[in-house]
Design a protein around this ligand. Structure first.
Ligand code: 4NP
Length: 144
């Protein structure tokens, strides 16, 4: 099973989700990407590196990349963080099979709030939301 997490910049939310799920399920193939080209090649935001490090998760070695249409073919599930990511990713999908791979991280298609322009609390909140989300993703995989 190959899972790709997608956010806008690939420096806050999706790298954290990648780090969390990797720790929970070391055998899965996991990656992350951004819909934008804003931060290509950058390390995750230092505030998110710190948030992860406080839970013994090391995301400092990750490097941001942009989502590409080939990702639809390589990955089994594409997990987006918010409605804008969903719209951007879906606009690149060509087939129903590709569209069916795209799911929201949170239930009821709720947004994982973008913490980039806020304070430390926003990063903590994202950690809790994504930890729960990753556990649910794992449950749904294991039930199949
Ligand atoms: P992310 O957060 O999508 O969770 O990586 C953001 C990072 C950077 C920007 C926006 C969101 N930005 O506008 O540069």
């Amino acid at each position: 099973m190959k899972i790709l997490f997608v956010c806008l910049g690939n420096i806050c939310r999706s790298p954290l989700a990648e780090g969390i799920l990797r720790k929970l399920a070391p055998k899965l193939e996991i990656d992350s990407a951004g819909t934008s080209n804003f931060h290509i090649g950058s390390q995750p935001d230092y505030r998110m590196i710190e948030t992860a490090r406080n839970r013994d998760i090391d995301i400092s070695g990750l490097s941001a990349r942009q989502f590409k249409t080939n990702d639809f073919d390589y990955f089994d599930k594409i997990v987006v963080m918010d409605a804008a990511n969903y719209k951007d990713v879906m606009s690149l999908a060509k087939t129903e099979l590709q569209k069916d791979k795209v799911i929201f991280a949170l239930e009821n298609d709720e947004d994982v709030p973008d913490p980039y322009f806020g304070g430390k609390q926003g990063f903590e909140k994202v950690y809790h939301l994504l930890f729960n989300s990753c556990q649910q993703i794992l449950d749904s995989i294991e039930k199949r």
